[in-house]
Ligand binder design. Structure first.
Ligand SMILES: Nc1ncnc2c1ncn2[C@@H]1O[C@H](COP(=O)(O)OP(=O)(O)OP(=O)(O)O)[C@@H](O)[C@H]1O
Ligand SMILES: [Mg+2]
Length: 344
């Protein structure tokens, strides 16, 4: 009679377990299997009946078995249901991922007698999530590259075109005086225009292949300032410490050159200054870069409405983890001061 009742109970239990499409199992207090369903048998490649009485160590690779047992113990100790994502090595030796829910079995007297578990294959979901993450990362990278590209186009190519514009202006002033002199200048301008066009073209065709040519910051700044001296009535002074420039690596030097170009052309375009000074000096192992003019100063609402130029300067300083201060008073000039280096 008793045996019949037991058999009936077992039949009900098996029907219930096998009705679950996911993997399902019951274990006793010592993590021995009491019953597993057909899905579980399929996953481990064993007959469900043969699994009864065994432990994870008898079925799964040791490392996985110990991992499963750790969570079994946690569930029985804390008496709390847990949901975890676990790896699983199937019969073909492939690693799949399962989402397992483990629940303690508690008897009428409140004692933990084992646990019940179900698990579903979430390998595809994980692959999708990983693909999504990789896609997001690629998107972030592309956005970053786009930002750098926009910044370099503004600071390098557009500034170069602006400088050429200044030279053309000078040519037009020279015209009546000497056609030969003008011709020479025009040829030099055409050469530079072609260089700028080539530069822009390479930006467009392949962003990643562009490597800045090696250059010496102090020399590049002098070339830039000389050109301004030729074309503008402004007095441009430079106090550039070569040794300070040597403290900057190639990336920092390129940033500093672009900052100097932008700040100086801002002074020329907006400030009506009579003097512009560029200085680069060393101070306690740090490099201090100052671009100062004695022009009209930046009006507050113009400063708040920053254009590409000032925004790019801020972004470049931030990328170098430097510190920047822009001081300006209406009618009293503007100074852009940047400090780079440790504790910058
Ligand atoms: N040295 C300066 N003296 C006076 N005003 C300045 C000076 N530098 C910047 N400004 C003001 O701040 C504004 C923002 O400068 P910013 O360089 O960001 O943009 P922009 O020069 O107008 O355009 P671009 O995007 O081509 O640089 C300028 O339009 C100008 O009004
Ligand atoms: Mg500007």
């Amino acid at each position: 009679m008793l045996e019949e009742a037991l058999q009936q109970k077992e039949g009900v239990l098996n029907a219930l377990l096998n009705n679950i499409p996911d993997m399902a199992w019951l274990k006793d207090k010592k993590s021995r299997f009491i019953a597993v369903n057909e899905s579980y048998g399929k996953a481990c490649g064993c007959d469900p009946e043969s699994v009864v009485g065994k432990t994870d160590l008898d079925i799964w690779p040791r490392e996985l078995a110990l991992y499963y047992r750790k969570y079994d113990r946690d569930v029985m100790r804390t008496r709390q249901r847990i949901a975890i994502e676990e790896p699983l090595v199937d019969r073909q030796g492939r690693t799949l991922w399962i989402e397992a829910i483990k629940t303690p079995i508690i008897d009428a007297k409140g004692r933990v007698t084992g646990l019940a578990g179900i698990a579903r294959d979430i390998t595809e979901r994980r692959i999708l999530i990983e693909k999504l993450r990789a896609g997001e990362e690629a998107m972030r990278q592309a956005m970053k590259e786009r930002e750098t590209l926009a910044r370099d186009l503004h600071d390098q190519s557009i500034q170069a075109l602006y400088a050429l514009g200044l030279e053309l202006e000078l040519c037009s002033q020279l015209m009546p005086e000497s056609a030969r002199k003008t011709g020479r200048r025009l040829r030099a301008i055409i050469k530079e225009l072609n260089t700028t066009i080539r530069e822009l073209r390479s930006f467009i065709t392949d962003v990643r292949t562009i490597k800045p040519p090696p250059f010496f910051l102090d020399r590049e700044i002098q070339v830039f300032l000389d050109r301004i001296r030729k074309t503008r009535a402004v007095r441009v002074l430079a106090r550039i410490d070569e040794e300070a420039c040597k403290l900057l690596d190639a990336g920092q030097s390129a940033h500093v050159l672009n900052i100097v170009r932008e700040a100086v052309s801002n002074s020329l375009r907006h400030s009506k200054a009579r003097h512009v000074t560029v200085s680069i000096a060393r101070k306690k192992g740090q490099v201090c870069i100052v671009i100062r003019d004695d022009g009209v100063g930046i009006v507050k609402q113009d400063f708040d409405r920053k254009g590409f130029g000032l925004n790019n300067i801020c972004a470049r300083v931030a990328e170098m983890k430097g510190r920047m201060q822009i001081r300006s008073k209406e009618g009293r000039g503007t100074s852009v001061r940047i400090v780079l280096g440790e504790g910058g």
